[in-house]
Design a protein around this ligand. Structure first.
Ligand code: S0N
Length: 322
């Protein structure tokens, strides 16, 4: 029984993952993060490890996030990345207010920085799916981090919200724009059925997200209320809610399903979904992928070979497709 897709691909294994510390990350040992790889599977897991501060990020945390996301991008053994927080109390509570001064968050070098914004861009542009695995509080700059991830899987104890106006901060970048453009639940269902056509076929079709959640975004920022996981799901802020005990198992199942699919199709879909909102930067990202694919063609090779062989290129055999 089951669909032909299921007959071809079989069931998703529900075996537990064996996490191993990443051994190929260069540089000093991580202080604020755990960075692990699933044994035998192309899944990386990044855990913000400051549970006594509800996994708030300080400059050290941000600098380590930059290092591990960069590693995950470059490592061809990684196909999907999970971002999470240590423990069940919090995914992340945003910037560490204890080290915030008038120039931003101050680290050991005494320089104020707002470089969590660079991490947001890294996640947005990472050419592999990034999944936020959320238990507990996901608030402030931590809430923005889950929003810039491609998917969010929440435990039933998760709490979502922006605190900025209560604590004298705000994120007017992705913190507003991505939130306001969050897809409604109805629209997500539409997209899922679209994905049924795409999965495993090695093809992709770019499409854009047109649902604007301006009213809810303004409510979330202006009132700075907290929302349950169920409310966040109904708003279209997250993808699914599962019992806390099943959070990692379900997240890994999603990862395994993603990993069965064409990495190039996933890469192009992510950049297509970004492009509609990201203006020049989105076009640049999407066009970079077009160039990457073109470099793999005989037509592009003819141009390069002709240059290297100091002869005129012969593009006559390449079709001018309709
Ligand atoms: C998360 C909350 C709701 C949890 O409540 P709970 O479970 O009752 O625990 P607490 O007792 O409150 O907390 C336990 C201990 O952890 C400390 N702590 C928690 N969060 C933080 C934090 N963000 N910074 C520093 N410490 C934190 C508590 O102080 C407590 O410590 P002890 O035991 O010593 O008392 C609750 O904790 C809460 O509301 N936390 C604050 C959430 C918050 O307001 N976060 C900051 C929001 N702002 C940002 O994130 C900045 C945005 C940003 O990053 C940005 C945006 C755009 C451009 C640039 C930037 C940038 O700033 O870089």
């Amino acid at each position: 029984a089951g669909s032909s897709y299921e007959r071809i691909h079989g069931d998703l294994p529900s075996d537990p993952v064996l996490w191993q510390p990443c051994t190929t990350l260069e540089g000093p040992p991580l202080q604020d993060l755990l960075y692990e790889m699933a044994e035998g599977e192309a899944i990386a897991k990044i855990t913000i490890n400051r549970p006594t501060r509800r996994n708030a990020f300080r400059p050290q945390t941000v600098s380590e996030l930059q290092r591990v996301f960069s590693h995950a991008r470059d490592d061809s053994n990684v196909g999907v990345v999970i971002l999470t927080g240590q423990g069940t109390e919090a995914f992340c509570s945003g910037g560490d207010q204890a080290v915030r001064d008038k120039h931003g968050y101050v680290g050991d070098d005494n320089i104020g920085r707002l470089n969590i914004l660079d991490v947001q861009v890294q996640i947005r542009r990472l050419p592999k799916p990034v999944i936020a695995m959320v238990a507990g509080y996901c608030v402030g700059g931590g809430h923005v981090l889950h929003m810039v991830c491609d998917l969010t899987i929440a435990a039933d104890n998760a709490v979502f919200g922006q605190t900025g106006p209560k604590v004298g901060s705000f994120d007017g970048g992705y913190g507003c724009s991505v939130m306001a453009r969050s897809v409604s639940y109805q629209c997500v269902v539409g997209h899922s059925s679209h994905f049924l056509l795409l999965r495993g076929t090695g093809s992709f079709e770019g499409y854009c997200n047109i649902q604007i959640g301006q009213k809810k975004a303004r409510e979330m920022w202006f009132l700075a209320r907290f929302y349950t996981a169920k409310e966040a799901l109904d708003m279209g802020l997250i993808n699914t809610v599962v019992p806390l005990a099943q959070l990692e198992g379900e997240t890994v199942r999603w990862c395994r399903q993603i990993l069965r699919n064409s990495p190039t199709a996933l890469r192009l879909l992510k950049s297509a979904l970004n492009a509609t909102d990201d203006g020049h930067a989105g076009l640049q990202e999407f066009a970079g992928n077009a160039t990457l694919l073109f470099y793999g063609s005989e037509e592009a090779a003819e141009g390069r070979n002709a240059y290297m062989e100091k002869r005129p290129p012969d593009f006559s055999k390449f079709p001018r497709l309709p």
